[in-house]
Unconditional design. Sequence first.
Length: 1432
Amino acid sequence: MAAAVEPTPPAPCCATIKGGGDAGFPCRGRGGRCVKDGWEVGVRCEQREVRVSQGRSFHHLARVLENPHSIHWIQARLRRGFGKNLKGGCGACVVLLSKYDPVSDQVKEFSVSSCLTLLCSINFCSVTTTEGLGNTKDGYHSIHQRFSGFHATQCGFCTPGMCMSLFSALTNADKTDGPEPPIGFSKITKFEAQKAISGNLCRCTGYRPIADVCKSFAADVDLEDLGLNTFWKKPEDANVDKLPPHDQGKICTFPEFLKSEINSSMGALESSQDSGLPECQWYRPSSLEQVYKLLNSNEFTERHVKLVMGNTGSGIYKENDLYEKYIDLTGIPELSVAKRVSKGITFGAAVTISRAIEVLKEKDNTVLHSDGKLIFCKIADHMDKVASPFIRNMASLGGNLIMAQRNQFASDIATILLAVGSIVCFQTASGRLIISLEEFLKLPPCDDRTILISIHIPYWSSAIDSSSVTSKVMVSVPENDSSILFETYRAAPRPLGNAVSYLNSAFLAHVISDKISGNLILQNIHLAFGAYGSEHAIRARKVEEFLTGKILTASILLGAIHLLKETIIPKVGTRHSSYRASLAITFLFNFFQPLAKELVVAEKINNVDISSVATLTDYPNGKTNRSEDIMQPRTSKFEQLCNPNVILSSKQSVEFSTDYHPVGMPINKVGAEIQASGEAIYVDDIPSPKDCLYGAFVYSTRPLAHIEGITFKSTQASQKIIAYIGAGDIPKRGENIGCRFVFGDEPLFADSLTEYAGQCLGVVVAETQRYANMAAKQANIHYSNEDLEPPILSIEDAIARSSFFDLPPAIYPKQIGDLTKGMDEADYKILSAEIKLGSQYYFYMETQTALAIPDEDNCIVVYSSTQFPEHTQGVIAKCLGVPENNVRVITRRVGGGFGGKALPSMPIAAACALAAFTLHRPVRMYLDRKTDMIMIGGRHPMKINYSVGFKSDGKITALHIDLFINAGITIDLSPLIPSAVITALEKYNWGALSFNIKLCKTNLATKSAMRAPGDVQGSYIAEAIIEHVAAFLSMDTDSVRKQNLHTYESLRSFYGPSSGDASEYTLPVIVNELTSTASYLQRLGMVQYFNNCNKWKKRGISWVPIIYRVAPRPTPGKVSILNDGSVVIEVGGVEIGQGLWTKVKQMVAFVLGQLWDDVNLNLLDRLRIIQVDSLSLIQAGFTAGSTTSESSCEAVRLASGILVSRLKSLKQSLEEQMGSISWETLISQATMQAVNLSASAYWVPENKLDYLNYGAAISEVEVDILTGATTILRTDLTYDCGQSLNPAVDLGQIEGSFVQGIGFFLYEEHVENSDGLVVSDGTWTYKIPTVDTIPKQFNVKLMKSGHHEKRLLSSKASGEPPLLLASSVHCAVREAIRAARAEFSSNDDNHSASTFQLDVPATMPVVKELCGLNTVEKYLETLASSQGKVEA
Ligand SMILES: Cc1cc2nc3c(=O)[nH]c(=O)nc-3n(C[C@H](O)[C@H](O)[C@H](O)COP(=O)(O)OP(=O)(O)OC[C@H]3O[C@@H](n4cnc5c(N)ncnc54)[C@H](O)[C@@H]3O)c2cc1C
Ligand code: FES
């Protein structure tokens, strides 16, 4: 067929997007348009309908085509609150893509990550966003309503993506031909429903309520097991009728007109397959010939061209320049087929991973021999753990293998397909080749003209001779005497949630049973390993040869392991290389263990079935060496080892207080539905004003250097630069200031000297955000180190060079008692022990963003996602050299803050304002995730040296601490950190406590407050010391903990008046109650029993208490009643997901409601809280420290009280005249009588209103000694919330902060390079918890403690303190490791078994290293030595 190298006329191309702006859409009867001809890209801001067809509106077409990069662009214009991590790693931008097949008349629907999906690739598709499911005008979808009713949104930024992942799963489940579910339910199972969101990140909720929403649709759910919600009051009342109905099929995901259009243009479509869209340089050839014609034509050879399939690879390898042309390979039929042939299955390279899974599991495969079926199923199961559903739906097998071959990508697909002897077919400029995957991977990286065509997976059977499909000579054996073993493995930071493995492997072996001896002989072994830091997946040939023909014994296995160690050698520079190498041994052992008689016997002794006592999962029992057992699928066993598939369960225990109705009620979060439907407006959803420009930071990559100049590479992207704004652009009367707090200012730009890697040097301004981001990457920064000292990059450097910030004496914490005396009283002392703690990144889902719009008379309006509008205004004014009243900062809601949008948000707002001021045009910035992670500092790293004295019964008598806090380059609010550390540390009675604190100034990004700043470290340090003392005394840690808990008297001596009255000290009650209700002692025994019975898995259980001091701050509030009786409220606090608006509304409703005796006044519906506006409500302060909700509530309580007092007498006199009156009458009369219906108040807390919060948690974990993976089996948490203002909101805060704490303690590795540049700079390398990593059983109790006169309606804070309780997980892991070390240590080495430092975070490599990287070898050596010699 002739190729259309210069395609004219352009192909018709259309797509619809459902959901979005204001106009309607035909298929839902909401109007809309249907332009039949001409190029028209209906991607206008206000359009729901997106059509890309021939003809008219070139302007809009041009806009899309300039940015053919992703459909994300459309969503931005459609005002979606989508995440912009742009790596496919967060799921916030998931939409449903529907494709219509005119031949079968079927529509296929699947979720995709819109940030990676190229606009032109959705030609003739339909897109449904969450707003397309339902919205404010048309009514919400049941998914939206359930998100709201189950309290499953907080900041709401992740929610649209969550909704669409769930919707996609429900849509596809309901299409299956499984049995009809009971009315009201979907066909989905609760496990599938929970798994649907496994690739979606949420930083706020802790996932439990989101999992409940998902499970509420599942036919096999017991509704009573679902958590706190507004659909029923008690679990016993649970009934599907009370839920918003699941109405499958209600949403039309593919409009009829588009079907008709496709049907009517089929011929045209086919003939246009070889055409392209010249303006966007998008080509969709229909044959390889055409591809090569295009590639070889002059126009292409000189251009920046990309071959593309699903484009998910751009989520891994960031593009460094703009592409001029794209060639979409998915239109080539040969590449898209999946063919079952007698010798296996051949997949075209464009077949997606999801489609491959379907085909591998298809029922037609039943014709295969059971071995073959099993292998296909196992391949499919492994593929199911690759990335996430919304990536797998677009990601092709071919794209994956090309990246594995060309880019050394750590592919799973390559490894598993290698193990089964797959064959690939590919084409180069010189011809077509068919070779084994192994040979393909070994070739030099293929050039960009090589096209992978297909992958053939051979069909394996013990009954056939498979030698025809591999180069290896294989033995054909009668079926009955042999079997095939196949297994795949992967160890990844998160079992299901979008994480590439540290190492993956797949093993295949023929096993022949020797009829005479009964022994099993190994034949034809394939051992494939990948992702461990090798160039590509490999076969361990030497090991295979060594094992072939052998009967497995411990010594043979040991010999194989020795050979394997010589094979699996990660490249220099690979992180955790010894850990990765040890995983190879682990997996090999796991695979072969059942074949070796003596291993099975040994294991059987150890692996007693303890299912009767285990809390959740059992350790897989010993395996037999009978061949029929071997042939059984082992998936369930290993999957249980990984344990990701357990359905979460939970219990919430809350008491509602009706004293101050509606305060105290668990009402739905304000705005939850619009968050779910995507209508909630975040800063970047505000439509761009006319002539808006976009900025991106250029930052330094050196820690300390002179900046001699900045030039830009000559690339496509750099041509897009409109302006570069730097320090030189600051107005004469302005200042180079980017941030300010009471302790000092921070510059906006490094001028001639950069002082840390990540420091802002300037802003590139361009016409789109993508252009700006790409252009900023083209900067060449010219550095010089002349006359400069080496940078200070660590606490040790800072100590050596005495680089410290001053700590104001007024806030230096107070020492307690006499240290010398305390030490003298001690029976034992531990001197100079050390603890180190790293940083943590905020990982708010909405990265830093601002929009600045110049206004008349030298004024500027800045929309900023900030927790601190007041100081943002001040910084902008100072930077621009204008008075503060020229600057209006507006913040409606923030997509997650956690402290990172307090001070760190200011430079972004200031930079936008400066650029807008300079260019006289609106400028907006939305930081990409990488820039955000590099520039924004995060939690303070610390180093602690301690000396502790204690009695022989564990009572501590004295503690001295040298505390070094890494503050980074500027002071920020770091002087507040020491007292937070010490306050949290003081949760135990240390006898005498002294400290020496230094705030280290280093050449690193400034560290700022992150949720529970300092407190989380202080609380952890306390636990580490307690555990050290316990280990030293060989006592159990609990006794030492209990021994050192405060009495009320000692509490007062440590905390002074903050401790309140004796009755307020609820911690002892909490601890007693929790330990008894959670059956702590009984479970402790069960854990010990489990550990005695199991060699390769150990459990640990631990509890921790916390004491957390908070201090409310002055806050303003304003309540105004409008003529119609509706009420508008302004508060100083910003809604950052913490539920502040909800509590404030409840409070105003409560106070205004006091005018009536009737509690059903339903005032809540009349109240609206509006955005924070720095010129409307001054002295707003900042939203932080867990107390802004209550402070804002106090302010509006006062303001509402003023209104009540103004209205009360009027109401009385009206009632005397008219009898009972309505709210509307009262207000209209008040208006007529000129009553001032607006009241403001500035609440200033009394002196010493700070108070203590108490809580405790018990966590039980299971550690896999072989991989280092931790599963949190169960957490029980009790928190004293006083009389909660809204128990649902507080519960959300508690669970969410606990899970964020799990991230700190187990998962989040904050890594810098030798220049201090953050290298864990995206979702790829920085792993926050996902739904599969939270406690499998999560029970939370809100304790309702008594009346507290001084606190707002007796309530207490909930936002930060529970984060500290996550250290219970860390402590439990330590207990499990201790058990493992005891198991594998020699008897005379008990001390080192129990005394060790477990780092934070306790990641898989850290845990495994402490358990022993070589435990398997040691174990085998012991067995082998009892047999005789070791084979090698
Ligand atoms: C968040 C995330 C998590 C992931 N996790 C995993 C994981 O755990 N394990 C794993 O194995 N993979 C993982 N992946 C990788 C994923 O499987 C690949 O990105 C995907 O398979 C690539 O397919 P694609 O169709 O999107 O390729 P594209 O992105 O379109 O292409 C990738 C590259 O291959 C080239 N190319 C594509 N097709 C061909 C062809 N037929 N011939 C020649 N060149 C071609 C393209 O030019 C491009 O350079 C993950 C990806 C993401 C984004
Ligand atoms: S609610 Fe999920 S990220 Fe905020």
